[in-house]
Design a protein around this ligand. Sequence first.
Ligand code: URA
Length: 242
Amino acid sequence: MPMQRLDKILASQSVGSRSEVRALIKRGRVRLNGEVAKKPELKADPETDKIEIGGELLHFKRHVYLMMNKPGGVVSASNDTRMRTVIDLVPESLFRRGLFPAGRLDRDTEGLLIITDDGDFAHRMLSPKSAVYKLYEAQVSAPIGEREIALFREGIRFQDGTSCLPAELTVLCAGETPKVQVRICEGKFHQIKKMFLAVGCKVLQLKRVKIGGLVLDEKLKPGECREMSEEERRAVFFKQNP
Ligand code: URA
């Protein structure tokens, strides 16, 4: 990794703001490869140099990847002047500048959301070329039968003429307001809600439970998040059988 200023490295790892880390350095609390580093402008390679703060080794992370169980009522955005965002829910211990939600869920949609500061990762995940499947569970306003399942399989067409790729619709719990599962590999605006509207149903509740091979950790309560492992990050791109 290219050499960077010590104060920039520490600020990027949420050790403190740029001025706070400069103060730490000036107070002699930071060591670089065993030597007290008194100048914030000293250059270091954060991946190979040994940096200690108050005697504790810095474990440098180029990017962070968080799995969130998004609750209803918050917007999938980095900032909003009026409403609470998913970034507002990230605890201080996991927060760093530049975090954003990789993809969007509607305000009332719950479930699996990835939050990261890695633009390339998000771009690859959202690119149609990657064909990453998303699995949703929904409760809908009318019974679902073979006709609706076939229409989803053929590819739904919205009223404005937009065509969707084939999707898999499965009934999990039949009834007047059935619980269903839908698997899609695109991310059109309000896609699931519009797909059901096209077959005459309203979505009453919507939750994303899987992205590629990454499954929502059900131990996460709504609003909670945790760091993803490297294996979980790779699982996003696992190819699923259509
Ligand atoms: N489809 C929708 O309609 N809403 C979401 O939040 C996600 C997919």
